[in-house]
Ligand binder design. Structure first.
Ligand SMILES: Nc1nc2c(ncn2[C@@H]2O[C@H](COP(=O)(O)OP(=O)(O)O)[C@@H](O)[C@H]2O)c(=O)[nH]1
Ligand SMILES: [Mg+2]
Length: 212
């Protein structure tokens, strides 16, 4: 069973100074608002409402932490970052998110990998590329989930997969990988779960019972 299946909510952070003081590895989930990030976290963790999913884009404004572990032991965290690119977000709020997101992504040492949700019908947008460009110099892996693949034909899905893979390889070389995903049809769960779980296990530290 995936180690992600024992995830529970840990904490919500709205300011960099409030990031939890732990040494466990963190895997961040990023993407445009409405790309399917909350749905992906829920389905990967085999839970219905771990991450809040809604039809109202731009509603999740904070950084949410979920623990990953087994038998009362914390192995690491999944970190749900605020979605970006929602047009109706007020400028001041946008600036706050940008700062929160930018500092977290660029400076958080515990961050060991990035999962980037991209709606397969849109492909990589400028904001997604900005995220990849922020991350690439850190020499940490990025895994892109092409979400909502149930919305396109198999052949269109594969076309997008190859195009995105080509672009990512040009920017990030071997650090970036990409796969098809659908929360609705449960496509790509195993591949994504293994990748994310693998990153956490790779960086897992010996935890004390208090961490549980
Ligand atoms: N068809 C389809 N719809 C999805 C999928 N994943 C998410 N959605 C829908 O897309 C909308 C946004 O999803 P959500 O997970 O809240 O996106 P977030 O804003 O990135 O967290 C919701 O209406 C979801 O039901 C998917 O795999 N297939
Ligand atoms: Mg969400």
């Amino acid at each position: 069973m995936s180690i992600l299946h024992h995830s529970v909510f840990f904490t919500t952070v709205n300011h960099i100074k409030d990031l939890p003081r732990t040494n466990h590895p963190e895997i961040a989930f990023a993407g445009r608002s409405n790309a399917g990030k909350s749905s992906a976290i829920n389905v990967l963790c085999n839970q219905k409402r771990l991450a809040f999913s809604s039809n109202t884009p731009g509603r999740t404004q904070h950084i949410n932490y979920f623990t990953v572990g087994r038998r009362g032991e914390t192995f690491g965290y999944l970190v749900d970052l605020p979605g970006y690119g929602y047009a109706k977000t007020p400028l001041a709020v946008k600036a706050h998110w940008n700062e929160l997101l930018g500092i977290y992504v660029e400076q958080r040492e515990q961050l060991k990998g990035l999962v980037l949700m991209v709606d397969i019908r849109r492909g990589l947008t400028d904001l997604d590329l900005e995220m990849v460009n922020w991350f690439t110099p850190l020499a940490k892996p990025i895994h892109v989930l092409l979400t909502k693949s149930d919305k396109l034909t198999k052949s269109l899905c594969n076309q997008t997969l190859f195009a995105v893979r080509k672009t990512l390889t040009e920017i990030a070389g071997p650090w970036a990988t990409v796969q098809l995903f659908s929360s609705t049809n449960r496509v790509g769960l195993e591949e994504a779960g293994e990748r994310i779980g693998g990153w956490i296990l790779e960086h897992k530290i010996d935890s004390t019972p208090e961490d549980a």
